[in-house]
Write a protein that binds this ligand. Structure first.
Ligand code: BV8
Length: 232
């Protein structure tokens, strides 16, 4: 049984990471969607770097929750038949033990040199314009997909969706594309696990409401218990 799981900010909310819709959606009075753009980076790189430096630093103060851990458990059982496609730029899936994770929108833990095009694991700040470890240029930007930029690995994701038996969406509002369209690209049956119905809830065969830390372990127990995904 091939399963594709899409995750959004809601799966990391109970770990203490703000969602895009939390905190009335503002960062220092800025709409995150306006900060997360190549235009904002061109206009005020220090502001954008500070936005990501703060989020990168926050990672060390949080830990995976029961929803992340349940997906890592599911990977133990399904192996290569499971792919987690996350819109999140945090590393909580990996810290929970998941290895089959595709970061559609990039990662806070990576810096991208716009001079030599190399990517480097990065834990510290970028606002002080450190030199690229490869070419020495002071041209490192967050390795993040901003609005208006093409998401990473769309070919891998499209292939997984077109050949899956089950698509599960966890903790996402279904507002940002192309991720919000995946429910339509999935060949298999579809299940939404979210605190409240997302804007695409009616597109799913089944939609369950509640906190991810409860819904996801219960769903994984169902899958592992009954020896088949989506077998409620
Ligand atoms: C692109 C990285 C071309 C940065 C991000 C079609 C129609 C309209 C617009 C477009 C369109 N196609 C493209 C666009 C433009 C744009 C877009 O979608 N705009 C929106 C605002 C309308 N899309 C793009 O620009 C994309 N690029 O389209 O390129 C292309 C297309 C196809 C193929 C090739 C090329 C690039 C988008 C990526 C931008 N970067 N992130 C950063 O993180 O700083 S997007 C970012 O916002 C996140 O990654 C995520 O994707 C999104 C936030 O959404 P969620 O994760 O869902 O979070 P949110 O806060 O919204 O909701 C949280 C949910 O969790 C809620 O439902 C809540 O109820 C629930 N929840 C809360 N707590 C819990 C919970 N659930 C369970 N348990 C809990 N405890």
């Amino acid at each position: 049984m091939r399963v594709v799981v899409l995750t959004g900010a809601g799966i990391s909310a109970e770990s203490g990471l703000a969602t895009f819709r939390d905190s009335n959606g503002l960062w220092e009075g800025h709409d995150p969607i306006q900060v997360a753009t190549p235009e904002a980076y061109a206009d005020d790189p220090a502001l954008v770097q500070r936005f990501y430096d703060e989020r990168r630093a926050a990672l060390s103060r949080v830990a995976p929750n029961a929803a992340h851990e349940a997906l890592a458990r599911l990977e133990q059982a399904l192996g290569d038949d499971l792919l987690v496609v996350t819109q999140n730029v945090d590393d909580l899936h990996e810290r929970a033990g998941s290895t089959r994770v595709h970061h559609l929108h990039g990662r806070l833990g990576s810096a991208w040199c716009t001079t030599c095009d190399e990517r480097h694991s990065w834990a510290g700040p970028l606002a002080d314009r450190p030199p690229c470890p490869g070419c020495g240029a002071r041209a490192l930007r967050p390795d993040i997909v901003w609005f208006g930029e093409i998401p990473y690995g769309m070919d891998v994701v499209e292939h997984a969706l077109w050949s899956c038996d089950l698509f599960v969406s966890i903790g996402t509002s279904g507002v940002v594309y192309p991720a919000a369209a995946f429910v339509h690209w999935a060949r298999g049956t579809t299940l939404e696990l979210n605190l409240e119905p997302s804007s695409g809830a009616s597109d799913f065969v089944e939609s369950r409401q509640g906190p991810a830390s409860h819904l996801v372990p219960a769903w994984v127990d169902e899958v592992l218990g009954s020896g088949g995904p989506g077998s409620s």
